[in-house]
Each structure stands twice: as C-alpha cells, then as structure tokens.
Design a protein around this ligand. Structure first.
Ligand code: NAD
Length: 295
C-alpha cells in the first residue's frame, strides 16, 4: 500500500482520492476549500499542499488549469521542495502541454519523476473508478504508478514522453467538439425539414454518418434515455470545460504551426453558444440549442 498526497478535491479529484482511500492506501488530502478536505471519506486532511506532499511515495494533483499546476509545484509556496527525491508525481489536470513539460523538467532536477495523466470519462468515471488515463512521461514511472491508475481508472494508455498525455487529450477533445457540433447541425437540418429526430438518428447511426455523439450521447432531447440532452443538459461535461480544452488545442496548434480550421470553428461555435445561450454550466451537447430554437 502507498502513502499518497492528493491536492485538488473538486468534482473529479474528490472521488478519485476517495477511491484510493477505499482501496486501502494511506491518503492525505488538501484543497483550498476546507469543506472539500473534510468530505473525502477514508482520507486524512492536510493543512496545506506542502503538508500533503511531505513524507509520501506518490503525490497526485487534479487542478483546473496550467497556472494552478505551475503555482502548486513551482510557485512561491510551491510543493517542489517538500517532495523527497524518488517521489512519483502524477498530475491528472487537463493543462497545456508546455506547462506539463516545464514542471516535469523542474521536478526531474530534484530527482522526482512526473507523469502528465489527464483523464476522460467525466465525473461518473471519477466516481466509478472507470476513467481513461492518457499518460505522458517515462514508461518506468507509469509502471510504478500502474496499481494506482488501476484503482482510479479502467484504461491506461502510455501516449509518449512528458507532455504527450496532454497532447492526446487535446486531440481527443478537439475531435469530440467537432463531432458534437456536426451531429447537432445535421440533426437540426433534418428536423427543420420535417424529420423525426429519433428516426433520423437511427438512419444515420446505421449509415456512414454514425459516430459516438450520435450513437451514445445524442444531443437532441428525447432521442436517448439517460443522456444529458434528456435531462435538460444538466450534469455531464460542461460547455465551459469544452471551451477551455478547445483553447488548449488552439495553443498547441499555434506552437506546432498546424492548421486546425475545424477545431477553430468548433471553438467559435461553443464560445458563441456559451455566451448567447448562457450555457457554460450545461453539458456540452447543449450546443444543439445553438441550431435548434425549438428545444
Ligand atoms: P473543479 O473546479 O471541480 O476542482 C478543482 C479543485 O482544485 C477545486 O476544488 C479548487 O479549490 C482546487 N484548487 C485549485 N487550486 C488549488 C491549489 N493551489 N491548491 C489546492 N487546491 C486547489 O474541477 P474538476 O471538474 O474537478 O476538474 C479538474 C480537472 O479535470 C480540470 O483540469 C478539468 O479540465 C479536468 N477534467 C474534468 C472533467 C469533468 O467532467 N469535470 C472531465 C475530464 C477532465
């Protein structure tokens, strides 16, 4: 069993830390919000991030964005100096690849291996321990952390060197945004021309337009049960988070000189939807409302 420090106990981090504690690991947790520290069952609360980082084998973070990760590790009261050489660091936040590489390089100088390990699977995956991890960093470090990844997730992929996990995540979510916007666009076109959305969905699912958004996460209300569109787009993966991830995709493309016209259009669409329809806190499949005024 490992001694684990865990910082960032929000929608994702809280249940991930609880799953590690439930699996028998000794988990010390910290968040800037004190109520969240006390809410993780089976874990002990730390008074600061530095305290959570002291005397542990593995240190895990799950924070909103790159600036938080850089601040946590390398900021004024950063935890880098509290991590003993040989500690394994796993950052599960979705952040820009450049910051992931910068923090990993700084920690490597102190004898600390860092993996960037963003996740897919949302809050349900965090609660159920069924997340998909996309891991960047040394293979040997991944093997050291594998037992913990297996508690928090169902699928673990080694994407490549430091930063590669973040790049994989950015590519996946850019494609997801493009597919969701395209699916909503096609459904609106059919419905506005007299088709039933369920009938049209079934036809396209069985034809060459079939895709994950259409088949298992249909954005049109009433077509599928148990998805966000059938509960007023509450819960799920927030539009605000998708806009954030599309921003990371644009930054990544600028840095590598790639053209991403589809991703760029998808970002504009989600941005317009977020502000025009006040949809930032709704599931991202609510982009259907940008096309379909009747729902
Ligand atoms: P969240 O806002 O619910 O949680 C983040 C937590 O970090 C907050 O509780 C905040 O207080 C804490 N925090 C921030 N800075 C801190 C610091 N310096 N020290 C201690 N605590 C600090 O966010 P979330 O939904 O849990 O998402 C976390 C990450 O996971 C994000 O990068 C997000 O993009 C990614 N992600 C989220 C989902 C999802 O469905 N929510 C899915 C996949 C990936």
């Amino acid at each position: 069993m490992s001694k684990i420090g865990f910082v960032g106990l929000g929608n994702m981090g809280g249940p991930m830390a609880a799953n590690l504690a439930a699996a028998g690991h000794e988990v010390k947790v910290f968040d800037l919000v004190p109520e969240l520290v006390n809410a993780v069952q089976g874990a002990s609360g730390a008074a600061s991030a530095a305290e959570a980082a002291s005397g542990v084998d593995v240190f895990i973070s799950m924070l909103p964005a790159g600036r938080h990760v850089q601040g946590l590790y390398l900021g004024e009261a950063g935890v880098a100096e509290h991590l003993a050489a040989g500690t394994l660091v796993i950052d599960c936040s979705t952040i820009d690849p450049a910051t992931a590489q910068k923090v990993a390089a700084a920690l490597a100088e102190r004898g600390v291996d860092m993996l960037d390990a963003p996740v897919s699977g949302g809050t349900a995956g965090a609660q159920g321990g069924t997340l998909t991890f996309m891991v960047g960093g040394p293979q040997a470090a991944l093997e050291r952390g594998r037992a913990l990844f297996e508690v928090m997730g169902a699928k673990i992929y080694h994407a490549g060197d430091s930063g590669a996990g973040q790049i994989a995540k950015v590519c996946n979510n850019m494609l997801l945004a493009i597919c969701m916007a395209g699916t909503a666009e096609a459904l609106a076109l059919g419905v506005d021309n007299g088709l039933n959305p369920a009938v049209l969905s079934e036809i396209m699912q069985q034809s060459s337009g079939g895709n994950w958004c259409l088949n298992v996460y249909n954005p049109y209300p009433g077509v599928q049960e148990g998805v966000a569109s059938s509960r007023g787009y509450q819960g799920g993966f927030l539009t605000d988070l998708m806009i954030k991830d599309l921003g990371l995709a644009m930054e990544t493309a600028l840095a590598s000189g790639n053209m991403v016209p589809m991703g760029s259009t998808a970002r504009s669409l989600f941005q317009a939807h977020g502000s025009a329809n006040d949809a930032g806190k709704l599931d991202f499949s609510s982009i259907q409302r940008l096309y379909s005024r009747e729902i």
